[in-house]
Design a protein around this ligand. Structure first.
Ligand SMILES: [Zn+2]
Length: 164
C-alpha cells in the first residue's frame, strides 16, 4: 500500500465527522504566512488552528512570482492584513548552490532543462529573510497598511527570531 492509499483510508475516516465543515475561506486571524515546505514547521509550532491563516509554502519560503500571486489573492480577495515570512535553520536550500543543484539533477536525468530558472539556494539565512521582506516592502501592490514581518524558525529550539 502506498502512502497515498493510507491517506485515502484516513480521509475516509475523517469525512465521517468532517469537523471542519463550518470553516470559511477567509482566515479567521487575517494572517498569511509564507514559509518553507520543511516538515518540521507546522501550524502547531505557531499555535495556530486550521482556518486561522493562509499558509503559502515553497522550498525555502521564497517570494517568487507564484507565492506573490497567492499573497495578493490572500489580501485582496480574502481580507488578510498581516504577512509573516518564515525561513528556518537547517534548510535544504542552504546546503547546496544553484549550480550544484542544477548539475546534480542533470547528472541524474542526463538532460538539461530551461525551467525552473532558479532554485533560490542561499547561504546566509538572515540575509535571505531580509531579501524576501524587501521584495514585499517594495512591491506596489502590497499596501503600506499590510504588516509584513520576517522571522527565522530555529528547528533545534522551536523558537522564532525576528529579522529586521
Ligand atoms: Zn527549508
Amino acid at each position: 500500500m502506498s502512502v497515498i492509499d493510507e491517506i485515502l483510508e484516513a480521509n475516509e475516516i475523517y469525512s465521517r465527522t468532517h469537523e471542519l465543515r463550518r470553516l470559511t475561506p477567509r482566515p479567521a486571524r487575517k494572517l498569511a504566512i509564507l514559509t518553507c515546505m520543511d516538515t518540521r514547521l507546522s501550524i502547531r509550532t505557531l499555535g495556530l488552528m486550521t482556518g486561522d491563516a493562509h499558509i503559502i509554502r515553497n522550498a525555502g519560503g521564497i517570494v517568487t512570482d507564484d507565492s506573490l500571486r497567492s499573497l495578493l489573492v490572500s489580501h485582496y480577495l480574502l481580507d488578510t492584513e498581516e504577512i509573516m515570512v518564515i525561513n528556518h535553520t537547517d534548510c535544504g536550500l542552504m546546503h547546496t548552490s544553484e549550480q550544484e543543484l542544477r548539475t546534480r539533477i542533470q547528472n541524474r536525468t542526463g538532460t538539461a532543462a530551461i525551467a525552473p530558472a532558479f532554485f533560490f539556494a542561499f547561504q546566509n539565512i538572515e540575509e535571505n529573510v531580509r531579501h524576501q521582506l524587501q521584495k514585499l516592502h517594495t512591491h506596489p501592490w502590497i499596501p503600506k497598511e499590510v504588516l509584513v514581518r520576517g522571522f527565522v524558525y530555529d528547528v533545534s529550539s522551536g523558537r522564532l527570531r525576528e529579522i529586521k
